[in-house]
Design a protein around this ligand. Structure first.
Ligand SMILES: O=C(O)C(=O)C[C@]1(C(=O)O)C=C[C@@H](O)C=C1
Length: 368
């Protein structure tokens, strides 16, 4: 076969494949709009049942995503399928209701990335300057939900968030788990010569060994957020910043080294806060706030009803009560939903022992 025939055969093959892709896209387009019309009907049905109905249903979204992951045979990876379906659901939900979500800002932080990972791109977002401010925006009804960090696998719990639940009546409506990838970014490619590295203290801590090895001469300067670090690095060509990829385009920086975190499994968990009681999804977690007098054996008495009812505790944190010395609040996470028989029996027994037992929320376990 001559070369000319080869080339035209390839062209014919490519043209045929593109024709198939066009036909598939036409089908996908039709199906997407059919799905969107269904979602609009769902909204009318919900409103007919209850004029105050909630349109956002985290348990249903989690079920859809889990089902799609279990049906997926590739070649697209589950992570990509989840991302695509999140965006489809996000656009369908936007037809039912336009939502605004407050998050711990500024723009360009991991909390912004987590917010869009969970709610997709079809929501409006409001960056605010502190964790208490996220709670206030939701409490005042200026936004529908808020997103705040709760714990990092390297640095532990974010106590500001735990403390807010003591004062606030808001509930936990969801959790988001985000793999944190740290990047070195600066104005130019010759990053080896930078004299300063700006970042949030936690991000600096997460890259300690990488910095010791690759930038031992650079001063590490902790600042209020990774986005602020990127802003400072955009003003100083002797400086670099560490943060998530989303900060680089906002501040006109180049990513000169990616994935520089010391622990490749570095994950941050975020909570979605709102005033919604979420129905069971089949794979849920429940967060509890419990307080007790500081007497011998009091923690044991709190944990006994859980173990006796076979409830699996995934986390416990204690925080000193701010009002009474030597009294503690305990934050517990357990597997399951508050409507599950085992958890409701355990809660009943716990209420006999503890001064305060509050269910902060039952919500679907984060989908990766
Ligand atoms: O099933 C619903 O309740 C819907 O509103 C539909 C839908 C979807 O697009 O599938 C949209 C938003 C909800 O958060 C959950 C699911």
């Amino acid at each position: 076969m001559s070369n000319t025939t080869d080339v035209s055969a390839t062209h014919a093959g490519l043209a045929a494949l593109r024709e198939r892709i066009d036909a598939l896209d036409t089908q996908i387009l039709g199906l997407l709009n059919e799905r969107a019309r269904c979602a609009e009907e769902v909204a009318h049905t919900k409103l007919a049942e209850d004029p105050n109905a909630k349109f956002y249903r985290p348990e249903r979204e989690a079920q859809i995503l889990t089902r799609m992951q279990s049906l997926n045979n590739g070649p697209l990876r589950n992570e990509q399928i989840t991302h695509l379906f999140r965006e489809i659901i996000s656009s369908c939900l936007a037809l039912e209701e336009s939502m605004r979500i407050a998050y711990l800002g500024p723009a360009g932080t991991f909390t912004q990335e987590a917010t869009h990972k969970h709610f997709g791109q079809a929501v409006a977002t409001l960056p605010v300057e502190s964790i208490p401010q996220v709670f206030r925006e939701v409490e005042a009804g200026r936004v529908r939900y808020g997103v705040v960090p709760i714990e990092n696998s390297t640095d532990g719990v974010i106590t500001h968030t735990l403390d807010m639940f003591v004062q606030s009546n808001l509930r936990v409506c969801g959790e988001i788990s985000l793999r944190i990838h740290q990047n070195l970014m600066c104005q130019h490619a010759s990053w080896q010569s930078v004299q300063k590295v700006y970042s949030h203290a936690q991000s600096l801590a997460q890259c300690r060994f990488w910095l010791d090895k690759h930038l031992p001469q650079a001063e590490r300067i902790p600042v209020s957020s990774n986005a602020e670090a990127a802003r400072l690095a955009s003003l100083d060509d002797t400086a670099a910043a560490i943060g998530g990829i989303q900060a680089a385009p906002i501040y006109g920086l180049q990513i000169v080294h990616d994935n520089i975190e010391d622990n490749p499994n570095n994950t941050t968990r975020f909570l979605v806060i709102g005033d919604q009681v979420v129905s069971p999804s089949g794979n849920d977690r429940t967060s509890l706030l419990v307080s007790t007098r500081n007497q011998p054996g009091s923690l044991y008495k709190l944990l006994k009803p859980l173990s006796e009812n076979g409830v699996d505790m995934t986390r416990i944190e204690s925080r000193p009560s701010r009002t009474t010395n030597w009294e503690y609040f305990f934050f517990l996470d357990v597997r399951g939903h508050e409507q599950d028989a085992a958890i409701s029996k355990a809660l009943e027994a716990l209420r006999q022992e503890a001064e305060v037992v509050r269910v902060l929320g039952s919500y679907p376990v984060a989908i990766m």
